[in-house]
Each structure stands twice: as structure tokens, then as C-alpha cells.
Design a protein around this ligand. Sequence first.
Ligand code: ADP
Ligand code: MG
Length: 476
Amino acid sequence: MAQGIPDEVMMNTALIKELAEVAKDAALQQGVLMRIKETPNSSELVTYTSFTLFPTPVPKDVFHQALAVQTHYNTLVDKISQDADFLQEALASTIAVDDFTARLFKIHQQILKEGRSQSIVLGLNRSDYMLDQREDGTSSLKQIEINTFAASFGGLASRTPDVHRQILKVAGRLEESQRILDNNPAAGLVGAIAKAWELYGSERAIVMFLVEDTQRNIFDQRCIEYELWKRNIPTRRKGFGDVVKTGKLDQDKRLFVDDLEVAVVYFRNGYMPQNYISEQYWDARLLMERSLAAKCPDISTHLAGTKKVQQVLAKPGVLEKFFPDQPQVVGQIRATFAGLYTLDMGPEGDKTVAMALAAPDRFVLKPQREGGGNNIYGSEICKVLEEMKEPTERTAYILMDKIHPTPSKNYLLKRDAPLQISNCLCELGAYGAYVRRGEDMVMNECVGHLLRTKSSEHADGGVAVGVAVLDNPLLF
Ligand code: ADP
Ligand code: MG
């Protein structure tokens, strides 16, 4: 490929072997780390986070398009989160059949009824895209989803550029190495967390990372913790269990966990049904939502990031409602939408079903789940749609056009996996960070990017589930 790494390098077996060794050591030295699956809660033995041997060519214009639209996505998510009527209407058919979304929605309603106790809103998100291949060979930026909850890899993505630079230099590709962009989402995410913490206004109060029980990807989070400590902002890692056992609100609704006052709850856990192993965990979520702590995200921003909301936004006239006098912003956001189709009961949903059954390979069927590995493709789509016990079950899903990115060749470095060339597809993410107090947006920024690459054999799945690996764009 002209824009990328030439074949003479790609196919040079001896060189590739040498580069892979350099690459793994460089990753370890830069802190691109992951705990191993055998001991996910210990740092005695760790490995590198899977990554590509080479950066992947990405066209400049689409890359910059993704960064440029990010602040508008931040605004959009934030506006949706404040529009209770919109959320109610958008999610009505989903919550009728999807228990998890229904439980989240119940918390949202309860908070609305009681009144929000905190006017500081902290939003950290990542909008993910694939570059859809057009017939003329160019590509267009299409959003896969926006993650408003626990968007990860902003820490490790800050550490991978130097790894790729070194590999390229060893490969004798100095020019390409100089084209690897700096990237520091961790610093930007922390800028927003720090702002929210300051606005909360208590030096003793902590930023609480609400973490999973199994913590393989701890180093990604540690990058953010490290940046916070550099700014003298105290942070602690706590699980739902800690909140269940010791969480309480004082009369001003200040949140205390293990007797520490919490200024910011940064959720890195709580987006999957299985994260809530008992009713007490749901009580703990409600307790945090009710509190004066700034939540990242708060419950309404969590709901704004659902796939159903994404589908509703693609309906004609909906974006215009959120940006009434800004046709240019509407245009910029809409340009990134892939085809999204409702499965609500009624003629429009019936049409979607017929369309999916007629050409299942053109679509992806998506439930309201996060974390990779939940989507349905190809003939499975027909099976799922045809074998539903109740027709209304279909409203738990949305249908989306399948995006076809241009494949490229690369080596995926994964622990204990053979070193072999793979046909790869990549997904570009842009990190957004914003802070609002009351009516005032005090910060709204795009703070970096993420490129993840997977073998084209896999239809689905992220880095955490072991399918995708970290990468860097090589702009051309
Ligand atoms: P999750 O919340 O599980 O991350 P995503 O919507 O990001 O859900 O889908 C997971 C993965 O499935 C993506 O990373 C991508 O590889 C693939 N995928 C999702 N939507 C599409 C699509 N419309 N076309 C092609 N691949 C898709
Ligand atoms: Mg995703």
C-alpha cells in the first residue's frame, strides 16, 4: 500500500521477527500494560496490551473530521441528557422489553422526581467510527456508536505513539515515524475531571474510580490516576461492594465511602447487567446518583449513550430539534451517521424487519448492550428475528447498516499468539471531555484519539475482549 508500510518491510520475515521483539519490549517500557488473565487482580506478572506491529494508514480528511465534530457530539449528548421528554419517548419501546435499560430508566425517573442535587456535570465520552469504503476508493466517516460510560484506553493510547515511532525507526522508516501523531487523551480527560473536582470545592474530597472486581485493564486507569495525583487531587479505587458496605449520604447529600468524601464518581464499572450482582448494587448506584458528587456519567448521560437513542437521532428532524438555528452543526453530525432503522412495533419497524430478512449481510442487529461481542450479523439476524417468542422482543434491538472499511495488512501482537500477517480492519475513536455547571459549559473539548484494529475474521469485539488491539493512525 503506497500510503503505508511497503511490502519489502511487511514481507521481510527476519526483520518482522526482530521488530516484534523490539515492539513488545518498547510497549512494556512505555507502560502499555495489561494484567494477565491467569491473575487478573495482581501486578506481579503483567504483559503488554495487544497492539499492531505497524501503524495503519488513515486519510487525513476523515481523521480531522472525527476530531472536529467531537465538541458538537459533546454538546448533543449533554443536551439529550437534559431532555427528559426526549429520553422518555426515545426509550419507551426499549424499556418495555429490556430489563437492564428499564432499571437504569427507573433510577433516572427517581432522580427527576427528587430533583438533581448536583449542578456540575462531567462528561467523558468516546465516539467510535469506521471508515466506510466508497466506490471511488475514498472513505467516509461513519459512527459506530458513542460511549458515554467508561470509555477506555485514553490512558494507554497516550503511551503507544512512542512505541510505533521506535518500531518504524528500527525498520528504517524515519519519515513514517515522524508522521505518528502525539496523542494524550489521559491529560485531557484529567483536565475535565480536575475541573469538576475544583468546582465541587473541597480539597479533601476524592475522585472515586468505581472499578470492576476483575481488573485486568488497570494500567489504563492508572494513567489517569497518575495525572490526577500529579495535580494533588486525591483519588481512590472502590468497587460497588465498598459502596454497598460503607456508602452513605450526609444531610447535605454529600457522598462518603469508607469515610472519605467523594467529589467525583468516575464509573469504570456498571454498564453491563452482570455488573449488578444483587439488589444492593442497584441501591448503591441509586445512592451515588442521588448524591452531591459529580457523576461521570450521571444516569441521564448514561441513557443518552444508548444505541436506541443513537437510532432515534438519525430520524429526520431530530437533530434539528437539538440545534434549532445551527444547520451547519446538524450537517456536520449527520454526515457521520450510518443508516439506522427502528424495530418499534408498527409499519416502519415491519419494513425494517422485511429489509433485514431480505439482505441480512447488509446489516448489523444491535441490542442495548455495551462491551463488545453482543451484536448479531448475517444469517444469525434472520434466526433471531424469526425465532422471537413475542414480536415485541424486536424492540430491544436496533438495525444498522454494516460498514465496510478498507482492509489493510498488519501483524497483531498478542501474548502467545503466532506472528503472522493478518487482513485487518480498524476503528477510530475521538475522545470528548466537557464540564457544565448549571447553564454554563465551562469546558468542551476533543482531547485525543484512539485507533483499534482487528483481524477481519472477527465481526465484533473490542480490545478488552481480546479481539481488537491498540494501533496508531499514519495520516496520509
Ligand atoms: P459495543 O458497545 O459492544 O462496543 P459497538 O456498536 O461498538 O458495540 O459494536 C461492537 C463492534 O462491532 C465494533 O467495534 C465493530 O467492530 C463492530 N460493529 C458495530 N457496528 C458495526 C457496523 N455498523 N458495521 C460494521 N461493524 C460494526
Ligand atoms: Mg464499541
